[in-house]
Design a protein around this ligand. Structure first.
Ligand SMILES: [Zn+2]
Ligand SMILES: [Zn+2]
Length: 163
């Protein structure tokens, strides 16, 4: 039982053996099978989209005013500056290769029971939530990318608390 939010269910592939209800790291796989993407990120690091260069598919990876505890349960989207243009992250900071990247996303959660207890299965606008929504109320989001040219991993492109 991993905290993979609904909007990433179909493309998030857990990697490694350190995953749990509290923390999961995964790769993103496109519906076409592609594993390399060009990330598009705003200046504040609060919105990230991915584009698959093989099939052209676009995917919203993270949006701080929609995803995570603050936005999804507390309805506190005003906490996040999600304005600003998305800029392509299309060159490796280590080797300067212009390339799409493999994606490593890490999501942390306080767990299913904590979500049920703390939210009482209702968001702050009074809308009912399902127990299964615990995955959408995650507590942090981190994005790293892996360069296929030099195999180096970034020290986080996005690293944000969402609770
Ligand atoms: Zn694709
Ligand atoms: Zn590189």
């Amino acid at each position: 039982m991993y905290p993979i939010p609904d909007h990433l269910k179909s493309c998030f592939v857990p990697v490694g053996d350190d995953n749990s209800e509290m923390r999961v790291t995964g790769a993103i796989r496109c519906a076409c099978g592609g594993l390399l993407f060009t990330p598009y990120i705003n200046e504040a690091g609060t919105v990230a989209a991915l584009r698959c260069p093989k099939c052209g598919e676009k995917l919203l990876l993270f949006h701080a005013a929609r995803h995570g505890w603050d936005a999804f349960v507390a309805k506190a989207d005003y906490l996040y500056d999600v304005s600003g243009k998305l800029h392509a992250y299309d060159a490796c900071p280590q080797c300067q290769a212009r390339t799409p990247f493999a994606i490593r996303a890490t999501i942390t959660s306080f767990g299913r029971q904590d979500f049920i207890d703390e939210s009482e299965l209702e968001d702050d606008s009074g809308k009912k939530l399902r127990e299964e929504d615990w995955v959408n109320a995650f507590s942090s989001f981190r994005l790293d990318v892996v360069c296929p040219a030099c195999a180096q991993t970034t020290q986080s492109v996005i690293d944000i608390e969402t609770a």
